[in-house]
Design a protein around this ligand. Structure first.
Ligand SMILES: Nc1ncnc2c1ncn2[C@@H]1O[C@H](COP(=O)(O)OP(=O)(O)OP(=O)(O)O)[C@@H](O)[C@H]1O
Ligand SMILES: [Mg+2]
Length: 272
């Protein structure tokens, strides 16, 4: 966290790069003392502003390792991570915190809301760190809760909300400082299938409004909502394919002209 009245460098507050994420020969090794574990092996990856991407792979394949690096919660052991054109490798930790607060909104599997604190105050929190006035915070938090369909629930505590509603609050909180990047590690992992679809429809809506969303999922049905699916195996990026999102596919199917029905003939009908 930076200190009050400290000036945040312009390079952090400006959005400069068409390539929002660029990983160049990025390697992550965990050094546990006795052994070294290779978390990610030479990953090269570019994600452009406005993309909607799913990261998939078996347990232990490196998905969370990747998200921690993309979220500036951890640093690559080798190689480079450029976030919005900024090389994060040698940044002082104060600048990294400022980047996290301004450029990234996080959504977690377990929501990570502050209990005994209203939905409104939870959404206000990142704005408090960004030193936004109380009045402006409240106004924006209310707008965000409305945007995620919880405009009437702003006074509710997390334990008075369903799982899907809690995740909506968490998404509103992630949007608080208008970050160019939303990162979500298994955002539907704790939700039933109906709530999962609602949350994915909300991410699709945010994407259609211009947000860049990168999410981790184990489920093909969830990845089907995105525009691009990247798969990892044993720390290697093994496939990277475009995807027609399910909402668009359904729309196209609805718009397709129906096949004319075959006439039914009964035995004995004259065929001429
Ligand atoms: N802090 C750590 N210390 C040592 N090794 C780690 C650490 N975090 C992850 N690893 C190792 O790095 C590899 C990738 O782990 P990671 O957590 O990224 O997998 P994942 O794809 O997110 O798995 P899951 O689907 O189970 O969440 C694994 O071999 C894991 O054991
Ligand atoms: Mg993980």
């Amino acid at each position: 966290m930076w200190k009050k009245k400290e000036v945040i460098p312009d390079y952090i507050t400006q959005n400069v790069s068409e390539d929002l994420i660029k990983l160049v020969d990025m390697v992550k090794i965990y050094d546990t003392g006795s052994i070294k574990v290779l978390g990610l092996k030479r990953v090269n990856l570019t994600i452009k502003r406005g993309e909607f991407v799913a990261i998939m792979g078996q347990s232990g394949s490196g998905k969370s390792t990747l998200m921690n690096i993309l979220g500036c919660l951890d640093r690559p052991t080798m190689g480079h991570y450029f976030l919005d054109g900024i090389d994060t490798a040698d940044l002082p930790s104060d600048d990294l915190s400022a980047i996290r607060n301004r450029k990234i909104g996080f959504v977690f599997q377990s929501f990570n809301l502050i209990s005994r604190t209203s939905a409104l105050k939870n959404v206000e929190l990142p704005m408090t760190y960004a030193h936004i006035s109380k009045k402006a915070r409240e106004k924006r938090a209310l707008e965000l809760l409305e945007r995620v369909g919880l405009g009437t629930r702003y006074e509710h505590m997390p334990n008075e909300l369903s799982g899907g509603q809690r995740q909506r609050v968490a998404i509103a909180r992630a949007l608080a400082n208008e970050p160019p990047l939303i990162l979500a590690d298994e955002p539907t992992g704790n939700l039933d299938s109906a709530s999962s679809v609602e949350i994915m429809e909300l991410f699709s809506k945010l994407h259609n409004e211009g947000a860049t969303v990168v999410l981790v999922t184990h489920e093909e049905d969830i990845a089907a909502f995105t525009n691009r699916i990247i798969r990892f195996r044993d720390g290697n990026l093994v496939s990277d394919t475009p995807n027609i999102p399910i909402s668009k596919r359904e729309k196209e199917e609805l718009e397709e002209p129906e096949e004319p029905e075959e006439p039914e003939y009964q035995s004995g009908d004259a065929l001429c």
